[in-house]
Design a binder for this molecule. Structure first.
Ligand code: TRP
Length: 340
């Protein structure tokens, strides 16, 4: 184990845990809204990242597509700058303690709590023919993911806040019933402006499941495609480039531009003073394409070097498994299971 890796056992820095599902195309929205923040988090925290593949099967998956999505997500995370020398990056299904602790936590989670989860309500409406028990108990698995590693913080977006709140409740409930076992983690809210909206409907979040492919930018879209999609972006009927309420389309483009160029919104507005929407949209498209280019090149490298990626996630899972096992042992002991 390298020196960097061993810090996972010594706990010198504060720790962060997060996970993302390998459920398909990775969009600019996923990157600007979440993944990019994970990369910078590595400077401050000891970071543990997982791909939440156990969560993904709450919706039926085609095995070969699922495998492809997982390796692509791992490759993309590495390409964006998740550094395996600093952080752990593994598959949830490779660390069996996640499923085991999830069972225990299921017994500390109330039906009423799970029924109040808005994601469950949304997803069960969307997949009405497959409202399975896993979809319902999904938050208990997510709590297990987190609590196994005793992280200080969990970076989450708006949509996962309710699940994290429940995780905190479950952790406190267990701690109160037995004794201090889990760390009750704090949400780490990423700074505003990182919620990227659809290019075709600036009131909806950018999503890979958008029926209109022009609504989202895939991380692997070519420069031409990116520029074409930005050119088609929905704006409004006036012609002033400014950031204000009621200009959702322009606001979204300004946010994207400012994040990928590192300029503030004010600087960006100034830069386009007097320019038309056409020029502006082209500039945003070009800026995004050039920001993504080096990421895409590294992505190609990882996709072609699958063995290397496999080595990274396998080693990480081994280390993660040790941390997870130590937590699980304590939990089992406190519950009163006989010692092996
Ligand atoms: N449920 C999260 C999502 O769909 C993914 C996830 C699983 C997660 N386990 C987690 C996020 C633990 C944060 C912490 O986005």
């Amino acid at each position: 184990m390298s020196k960097e890796r061993s810090c996972f056992m010594e706990n010198t820095k504060k720790r962060s845990f997060s996970a993302i599902q390998p459920s398909g195309t990775i969009t600019l929205g996923n990157y600007l809204g979440a993944i990019r923040n994970w990369v910078t988090l590595q400077n401050e925290f000891e970071c543990i990242f997982a791909i939440a593949d156990l969560h993904t099967i709450t919706v039926r998956q085609d095995p070969s597509v699922f495998r492809k999505n997982s390796i692509q997500l791992l490759s993309m995370l590495l390409a964006t700058g998740i550094d395996p020398e600093k952080s752990l990056l593994f598959c949830q299904s490779h660390v069996h303690q996640h499923a085991e602790l999830a069972w225990v936590l299921n017994c500390f989670t109330q039906m009423g709590e799970l029924s109040r989860m808005t994601q469950f309500k949304d997803k069960s409406a969307k997949h009405a023919n497959n409202v399975n028990a896993g979809l319902f108990t999904y938050p208990a698995l997510m709590a297990a993911d987190i609590l196994l590693y005793k992280p200080d913080v969990v970076p989450v977006g708006e949509d996962q806040k309710q699940h994290l709140e429940l995780t905190r409740d479950i952790a406190s409930r267990f701690n109160n019933a037995y004794s201090e076992t889990f760390v009750v983690p704090e949400p780490y809210i990423v700074k505003a402006g990182s919620k990227i909206m659809s290019l075709q409907n600036p009131n909806a979040k950018m999503s890979k499941s958008d029926e209109n492919v022009n609504g989202f930018i895939a991380m692997t879209d070519t420069e031409d495609v990116i520029i074409r999609k930005f050119k088609k972006a929905i704006t409004d009927s006036d012609s002033v480039i400014e950031y204000r309420e009621g200009k959702d389309g322009i606001n979204n483009l300004l946010s994207i531009y400012s994040v990928v160029t590192g300029k503030t919104i004010e600087e960006s507005v100034k830069e386009f003073d007097g320019k038309g929407y056409g020029d502006f949209k082209l500039a945003v498209g070009e800026a995004v394409a050039s920001h993504l280019k080096p990421i895409q090149q590294r992505y190609e490298y990882f996709i072609k070097n699958k063995d290397y990626v496999t080595e990274i996630y396998s080693k990480s899972a081994e280390i993660a498994g040790k941390i997870a096992e130590s937590t699980l042992r304590k939990v089992y002991k406190k519950i009163g299971f006989l010692q092996k």
